[in-house]
Design a protein around this ligand. Structure first.
Ligand code: GTP
Ligand code: MG
Length: 717
């Protein structure tokens, strides 16, 4: 197959189906969701146009115009203008939503001036058919001068027509008709062009020069190598001359474009009055966006989600648990002759990975709900609802999607802040995102609640506890945001929150399945990589040193000869564990967590999970397995936590875990930023100072809160 050098960029307003089209063309599985701002990075893939030709396709974040304001929009403009070397497309496919043709064509008319040929994909054609919207594609195509191809991206329909149009367009370079600019503007463009070419060595197209006038902050400035002061001066002169001609440079653009588009669209769109609307969006919105009802529905929904996450996954959890138990009891006898290898595999890897893996069902159920929220269109409604609630602490409705996404994982959540146009709001949102309880915290909550809350207080309280745990972070995030809002300097006036409400959709099964699959896959692959690697390190830390003399001394000790062999084995296991490197370390660290009620095992597990919080479960699994607790009497981690007792100090012999310790651990994990990847992504999006600073402050907050929780719970319960 001949691989051509051609690059095709997909651009369009947010939520018009660009990524759906990209997936259909390239066979990839990039994230799709029914709210604006899903894509915040550029993604590329290859598309086989026909037997001979393959092209590169770039999916871009959505944007309403080329006057980029947010980071994600700037990425789109950067690619189109070729500011990123090698990315300049040979062809643009502009993805337009049938229900909003005029507004979408505004972007098209800007893009057409960059001097790159274009094709229109008129997407959501199924919606037009369903709602009785008739569009005369032939006429539109004739008036615009470029191909207009109806598509249904999420069903991969219209792709072959698009391929034919692309093939032709790559050879013919079809250009869209353009608005005619008033003489003053034409002259200003020409003059600016001349001065820019003399200041720099670059060659910009007329359209690009025009963008410099309408939006001097645009990415295009990056492409000009020359004295920036002189360039700015030249732009100012051009703007002034337009102004003197009676036009305001920023207002004139939209005025002229819309004036140009209106007659182009006359007689193109007709509506069949007889067809009823499929969903009564307005009446649903009246309820969901209501100040009181809407909020209650939101809280009710969230409660239902966490209650279901808790109660639906029990049977599957037990199944995975017994799978690992039988694996352990099946493998152990085979390695009887090599005790070290046996311990590594059974007590280390299988106990560690197994303890973690049983939480897969919860992750799947959680993502089932998240994908439902994203697909139906509820997400944007909730953002709208939250806007008012957020304002007092410097956030706005745009912070909602990043924060809610952080409940799945802070990393996509922090990337999603790229859609926030206000710089200060963006910084605050990034800094509080790690306080939203991500799915990696779920296992520790479920473990603690399952062992210490549900047996005494029943499943309803267990569900409420899980729900509350997801809210604890917000209680710290709100004052933190308020404080940051007071401290951080504001460089510009706060920008208003504007978000388009997407249409309600029946969830697309394929999109949901791929979202759930993606989350399950990343959970399992982290079990197979990070967790697997950690289990080996942690096992070694608690297995060595292992002097044979220790065992001999215990066996020869006369004072314990009355015990049975299992009890003696228990003493041997515990003694080895205590004098291991990890054991000694744990005992050194323990005083730090004494007031939080942790023994040395919990203390060391907490420290071991600083780079990645999910490691706690694996560490506890290994610790209790090596200590002999999970071998004969009890099968799984849950039972051994219940039976664990203090091995020294004033509390010797009393249970380590009780409700106070369980809450203290949950609170610590709810608040602490034990995630190397999050620290790295904050550094990437802001800088290292913020990243390290927030890690240290959250660690201190978590530590203090865990002590407070233990002391209070201990006192009251
Ligand atoms: N009915 C219908 N829905 C579609 C079609 N194409 C995409 N969708 C849905 O539209 C929503 C948005 O799709 P995306 O592909 O994420 O849109 P996008 O343009 O990439 O959005 P951003 O990245 O946020 O700018 C999803 O719920 C899709 O399932 C279509 O042709 N018909
Ligand atoms: Mg997208």
């Amino acid at each position: 197959m001949k691989k051509t050098e051609s690059t095709i960029a997909l651009i369009g307003n947010p939520n018009t189906g660009k990524t759906s089209l990209f997936n259909a063309l390239t066979g990839q599985n990039q994230r799709v969701g029914n709210y604006p701002g899903v894509t915040v990075e550029k993604k590329s893939g290859s598309w086989k146009l026909n037997q001979e030709k393959e092209v590169t396709v770039i999916d871009l974040p959505g944007t309403y115009s080329l006057s980029a304001q947010t980071i994600d929009e700037r990425i789109a403009v950067d690619v189109l203008s070729g500011s990123i070397p090698g990315s300049k497309p040979n062809l643009i496919i502009i993805v337009i939503d049938v229900e909003n043709i005029q507004r979408n064509l505004y972007l098209a008319s800007q893009a057409s001036e960059l001097g790159v040929p274009m094709i229109i994909a008129l997407n959501c054609w199924d919606v037009a058919e369903r709602k009785g919207i008739l569009i005369d594609c032939q006429l539109l195509q004739k008036r615009l001068g470029i191909p207009v191809i109806p598509t249904i991206a999420n069903q991969s329909k219209g792709i072959s027509n698009l391929a034919i149009a692309v093939e032709n367009a790559l050879e013919e370079t079809s250009v869209m008709v353009r608005p005619k600019w008033p003489i003053v503007i034409q002259e200003a463009i020409e003059n600016l062009g001349n001065s820019i070419q003399s200041i720099t060595n670059n060659k910009l197209s007329n359209g690009e020069i025009q963008r410099l006038i309408f939006d001097s902050e645009s990415a295009l400035v990056n492409r000009l190598n020359g004295n920036p002061e002189n360039i700015k001066k030249a732009i100012k002169v051009a703007k002034d001359s337009i102004h003197q001609g009676g036009y305001h440079p920023n207002a004139v653009e939209s005025l002229i474009r819309f004036r140009f588009l209106k007659p182009l669209l006359s007689d193109i769109i007709a509506r069949q009055a007889t067809i009823k609307k499929a969903i009564h969006t307005e009446s649903i919105d009246e309820l969901l966006l209501n100040k009181y009802w809407g909020l209650m529905i939101f809280i009710g929904l969230m409660y239902f989600v966490f209650q279901s996450v808790y109660s639906w996954s029990g049977p599957l959890m037990n199944l995975i648990d017994s799978l690992f138990s039988s694996l352990k009891s099946g493998i152990a006898p085979l390695l009887e002759n090599t005790p070290m290898l046996q311990s590594l595999i059974v007590d280390g890897i299988l106990s560690g990975v197994g303890a973690f893996a049983i939480f897969l069902p919860q992750i799947l159920v959680l993502f089932l709900f998240i994908s439902l929220l994203e697909e139906t269109g509820y997400m944007a409604r909730a953002a709208f609802l939250m806007d008012k609630l957020f304002q007092w602490c410097g956030l706005n409705g745009k912070s909602f999607v990043p924060l809610l996404s952080s409940y799945a994982c802070a990393i996509p959540g922090i990337l999603a802040t790229r859609t926030i146009n206000d710089k200060k709001t963006r910084i605050i949102t990034i800094l509080i995102a790690p306080l939203m309880s991500c799915s990696a915290r779920l296992p520790i909550y479920i473990l603690m609640i399952g062992v210490f809350v549900e047996p005494s207080y029943g499943p309803t309280i267990a569900g409420i506890t899980l729900f509350s745990m997801h809210f604890i972070g917000v209680l710290v995030a709100a004052p933190a945001a308020y404080l940051l809002n007071c401290i951080l300097e504001r460089k510009s006036k706060p920008l208003a929150f504007v978000m388009e409400l997407p249409r309600y959709r029946v969830p697309n099964f394929k999109n949901m399945a791929s979202r759930i699959y993606e989350s399950g896959h990343s959970f399992i692959s982290s079990a197979g990589t990070i967790i697997f690697a950690f289990t080996i390190v942690i096992w070694a830390l608690f297995y060595f040193p292992r002097p044979a003399s220790l065992e001999n001394n215990i066996r020869n000790d006369q004072s314990i000869q009355h015990l049975d062999s299992a009890e003696i084995q228990g003493i041997i296991d515990t003694s080895y564990l205590e004098q291991s490197f990890g054991g000694r370390l744990g005992k050194k660290i323990q005083p730090l967590f004494n007031e939080a009620g942790y023994d040395w095992k919990i203390s060391v597990a907490v420290i071991a999970s600083l780079p990645a919080r999910e490691v706690i479960i694996a560490t506890l699994g290994i610790l209790y397995s090596l200590g002999g607790e999970t071998n004969e009497n009890s099968k799984d981690l849950r039972t051994s936590l219940k039976n664990a007792t203090w091995d020294s100090g004033p509390r010797k012999g009393t249970p380590v875990f009780n409700i106070a310790v369980a809450f203290s651990i949950m609170i610590f994990f709810a608040l602490c930023m034990q995630c190397g990847a999050t620290i790295a992504i904050i550094a990437q999006e802001l800088n290292w100072r913020w990243a390290i600073g927030s890690f240290i402050s959250l660690s201190i907050i978590a530590w203090m809160a865990s002590i407070l929780t233990y002391q209070l719970t201990h006192y009251f319960l």
